[in-house]
Write a protein that binds this ligand. Sequence first.
Ligand code: FPP
Length: 251
Amino acid sequence: MTLPNDLDSSRLPQHVAIIMDGNGRWARQQGKIRTFGHQNGVLAVRDTVEAAAELGVKFLSLYAFSTENWKRPRWEVNALMELLIDTISKETKTLMDNNIRLQAIGDINSLPEKCRKQLDETIQKTNSNTRMTLILALSYSSRWEITNAVQEIVSEAIKGNIKPEDINDNVISDHMCTRFCPDPELLIRTSGEYRISNFMLWQIAYTELFFTNKLWPDFRRNDFFDAIRDFQKRERRYGMLSENQPDDNDA
Ligand code: FPP
């Protein structure tokens, strides 16, 4: 694959997170049922994972199934679970061939047993891969994750293992599902919606946001590169002053 030569490989985001949205609308545009959109969404997943790995991104997180998605009609939830099992099983070899590690975040225990088994198997198998980590957010929502973290920390405090005054940013981050990776530097959302939808709320405090009108099944490597290109034009200040902006006291 040829990589765009205008991208600066020394300024890549280490972690990119994606809210994949618009599968249902894409299917409707084709006069098909929603699951047709999810099936075609898998092609976008494959192309994006490949592009991210070849570019040198170290962590790619995909919001594949939210806590709220359980409220969708039974047939759609079942179809999504089957698609996940089928895709993870079929793509395990590709993950191995490309040295990509799979991880999952979310309330994994709430997934059907067949889905958990397939996930566990592929996570174990790919565990020593080092090129990139693909993180699937499954039965995930930030409010669930934060609630879970608070429960764990309070239990530790009750046992006397931590004092309330010692609870800081790092302690909280260490109780998030994402404790094994850095916070995302770039978050992409497709389908023209300008929302975060309960995704990585703690982790995106300083993340650059990129919104595109493309519906997820139409998203391809060039759209991913556009987002990286846009990211590289931005100045990240983390609440500090711009490097080009003199401090008034310097005058
Ligand atoms: C959002 O579109 C998409 C989802 C809820 C599911 C995403 C799943 C996949 C792309 C397939 C499997 C993925 C992996 C990682 C194997 P939507 O249904 O909310 O679309 P709409 O907003 O147009 O209704």
